[in-house]
Design a protein around this ligand. Structure first.
Ligand SMILES: Cc1ncc(COP(=O)(O)O)c(C=O)c1O
Length: 408
């Protein structure tokens, strides 16, 4: 008798990404004593604020560590509404607190999809979106922009239009949801309120849910604010926001608190799934998150990141043949390396795909970057600037040297 496969076929869609393999390779290099500069991803600069750590320490000392309500601390659910500036659209009962934003997203996907359903995912997607949709039992299908694609990178930098979304929804009647991030990791673009509301309207017309991951919603530069969502019927009934603390505060990467905010039926059902599945976030983490989102925001963090962004952008622009995309938000910048494609290194090895560029920059220059296949497009690499300024400067100098060494 043929052995019964032990692992579900869904698992095979949850393979390690090129980026995580490169990160492993980078660690191996570092263990060999090579100095590797990591511009691949990571946390925000600095340590978590002392006052916030104190909130956690006090909670532990006072024994405030028992379970919370299954859908999160009521005060935190309420505070999230102000944090998201959605008081005229939502209230606390529209919020589910989870152990990180990806857990909130998993719970939402679990209740809105059935096996065989499609979830349309922005072609420029965070690497976790596709696996999470697959684990929920649905099929992720990328939406690629008709404009601003590889053929026309100058215009929208992969941002989708409502027409792109409508076209794809018409092609895929089994699509239950559209999943995207704003600001976008990896492309660092920001959809305006007008653009995002138009996409939500199109979803509403097709009976689909528009899920917007706004985890980088605080990391927006040049004085721009996060797009305000008006209280329209489409926003009320067809939009779920996913958010959390891990990309909003210094040193908050390991704090496992995120939330989903959306229509009551979805949030209530997702809360039940969470209750019987992953369980709620730890009380101490929730208390720290509550303190973090209700105190005056640390604008210094945004100013620091904006300075690092400018540093990286200016260094990238000085490299002949390299094109840096403008950065409206997040902590990343997309570098277009297509003019270097097909050039060879010292051992006549042709560098062509984005994975090969990432590999080359690690082996030749000792810089860890994320390959552009994370956006489903070859010819790009993504670099993070949420690092010490000397790492950003040295990392870009090494990238410039390595690219300059390639022979046409
Ligand atoms: C788009 C996006 N969403 C969410 C997260 C983090 O999720 P969590 O809150 O589970 O740490 C990241 C981290 O890189 C991200 O890029």
């Amino acid at each position: 008798m043929a052995p019964v496969p032990r692992l579900s076929p869904r698992y095979y869609r949850v393979r390690p990404s090129t980026a995580s393999e490169l990160a492993r390779e980078g660690r191996a290099y570092a263990q060999l004593g090579r100095q590797v500069i990591n511009l691949q991803g990571g946390h925000l600069p600095g340590e978590m604020d002392h006052g916030l750590r104190q909130v956690g320490a006090d909670a532990w000392r006072e024994g405030a560590i028992g379970y919370t309500e299954g859908n999160g601390l009521p005060d935190l659910r309420d505070a999230v509404i102000d944090w998201l500036e959605l008081r005229d659209v939502r209230s606390a009962e529209n919020v589910l607190i989870a152990a990180g934003s990806r857990s909130a997203l998993s719970a939402v996907l679990a209740v809105i999809t059935s096996p065989g359903d499609v979830v349309l995912v922005d072609g420029a997607a965070w690497v976790v979106f596709h696996p999470l949709v697959s684990v929920a039992g649905a099929t992720p299908v990328p939406i690629l922009p008709a404009q601003g694609s590889n053929a026309d990178p100058g215009s929208r930098h992969f941002k989708l239009t409502a027409v792109d979304v409508r076209t794809q929804l018409q092609l895929m009647p089994s699509a239950r949801a559209v999943l995207m991030a704003n600001p976008v990791n990896p492309t660092a673009q920001l959809y305006t309120a007008e653009e995002i509301v138009a996409i939500i309207e199109v979803c509403a017309q097709a009976g689909a849910v528009c899920i917007i991951d706004r985890l980088y919603g605080k990391l927006i530069y040049d004085g721009v604010r996060y797009p305000y969502l008006p209280a329209t019927p489409a926003v009320r009934d067809h939009c779920v926001l996913i958010d959390g603390v891990s990309r909003a505060f210094r040193g908050s990467g390991g704090l496992r608190v995120g939330w989903a905010c959306g229509p009551f039926d979805i949030i209530e059902a997702a809360g039940r799934v969470q209750m019987f599945g992953m369980g709620p976030a730890h009380r101490v983490d929730q208390l720290v998150a509550l303190a973090a989102i209700t105190r005056p925001y640390d604008i210094g963090l945004i100013e620091e990141l904006q300075g690092l962004r400018d540093l990286l952008f200016d260094s990238a622009r000085a490299v002949p043949d390299l094109v840096a995309w403008p950065v409206a938000g997040t902590m990343y910048c997309m570098l277009d390396v297509r003019k270097f494609r097909g050039r060879t290194d010292a051992s006549s090895w042709v560098v062509d795909t984005s994975a090969e560029f990432a590999d080359y920059l690690l082996t030749d220059g000792g810089v860890l970057v994320a390959p552009g296949d994370i956006v489903g497009q070859e010819g790009f690499i993504r670099v993070a600037f949420s690092r010490a300024s000397q790492d950003v400067t040295a990392g870009m100098a090494r990238i410039a040297l390595s690219l300059g060494r390639l022979k046409a």
